[in-house]
Design a protein around this ligand. Structure first.
Ligand code: NAP
Length: 296
């Protein structure tokens, strides 16, 4: 074992690079009379969701985008929410609409997603955008976290083309769209993708054969040194709270990867926080700018 520390993939620095390009594109759109606009709808008062919505709104303002933040009471009905979505669908100043997940239990989230104008679905969850991802139609919107993971790899000069990528998790938000994206037949894809989930057998044998592992399962420090081979690239999507009395908040955030041990074998790895998280929000901004561009 070489025991050298892996190169740290700095999501914050790469997100800043994305913002440099976006600022230029936003200025060009403004010169044509279009200010990209994003509306975020939050139903209820889930503290984590509230924090996410706040940071999205803040980033819009920093970039000079038009930002609308709709905070609706937890008692909002399905019909009221659909009415809000329809208003935003019709609003020419809004190019992207996002309904923060998870909504309260009485809301049918899939029906809300289907009600979005697919041209404004910057989260990429509408069936029309899922179909475009499968069909490799680049006019569609790809979910922000998978898009951010791909950008992290590309900006870090990690060769996806021909690599064996093992994706842990098959959610519609991360694992499944990520697998589709990285297997696309183009120079930013062309990976051989294996997806593992909670029913997979011989998980460690599969992960040990990976050139790139992307962990998105929501299990604190699940991926251990024994799961990986020397030189692997590891992208950690997980965000998990673990109790920590030493911390002021009583908890700390960790990923799905046991960072200390895996980073000794990996050639490159993302930290948590500071890896995938900042890229997710950067890709939301990028999708909003794309929606504005496509509206011209
Ligand atoms: P999710 O919907 O709960 O899906 C988890 C997936 O992992 C499922 O496919 C599940 O398998 C699989 N899984 C669970 N335990 C497993 C195990 N022991 N072995 C193998 N597979 C297992 O989660 P998600 O929404 O995709 O999120 C995953 C993690 O990423 C969470 O920690 C979340 O907080 C984080 N996240 C971060 C960002 C970001 O911006 N950084 C964005 C989104 C999510 P089954 O399908 O068989 O149940």
């Amino acid at each position: 074992m070489t025991n050298t520390m892996a190169k740290l993939i700095d999501g914050r620095a790469i997100a800043e690079k994305v913002y440099v390009d976006l600022r230029r594109e936003i200025a060009e759109l403004k010169a044509k009379g279009v200010t990209p606009g994003l509306a975020v709808i939050l139903v209820g008062d889930n503290p984590a969701s509230r924090a996410y919505v706040r940071s999205k709104d803040k980033m819009c303002r920093e970039l000079g985008l038009h930002s609308v933040k709709l905070e609706l009471q937890a008692s909002t009905t399905q019909a009221e929410l659909l009415g809000r979505v329809e208003e935003l669908n019709r609003d020419p100043g809004i190019h992207g609409i996002l309904v923060q997940s998870p909504p309260p239990e009485h809301i049918d989230e899939a029906a809300i997603v289907r009600a979005l104008d697919p041209r404004k679905d910057v989260d990429g969850f509408h069936p029309a955008n899922v179909a475009k991802l499968v069909l490799e139609d680049s006019s569609g919107f790809v979910p922000c976290t998978p898009l951010g993971v791909q950008r992290l790899l590309l900006e870090s000069d990690i060769d996806i083309n021909g690599a064996h990528v093992v994706v842990l998790g098959r959610s519609m938000i991360v694992g499944k769209p990520l697998a589709l994206l990285l297997m696309q037949k183009n120079k930013n894809g062309n990976a051989t993708v294996t997806v593992v989930h909670s029913h997979s057998r011989e998980l460690a044998n599969i992960t040990r054969s990976a050139d790139i592992i992307i962990a998105a399962i929501g299990r604190a420090e699940f991926l251990k040194a024994d799961h990986v081979r020397e030189g692997v690239v590891v992208i950690d999507v997980g965000i998990n709270r673990v109790e920590d009395q030493a911390s002021e908040r009583g908890y700390r955030l960790v990923g799905d990867v046991a960072f200390d041990e895996v980073s000794k074998k990996a050639s490159a790895i993302t930290p948590v926080p500071g890896g995938v998280g900042p890229m997710t929000i950067a890709m939301l901004m990028a999708n909003t700018v794309k929606a504005a561009r496509q509206s011209l």
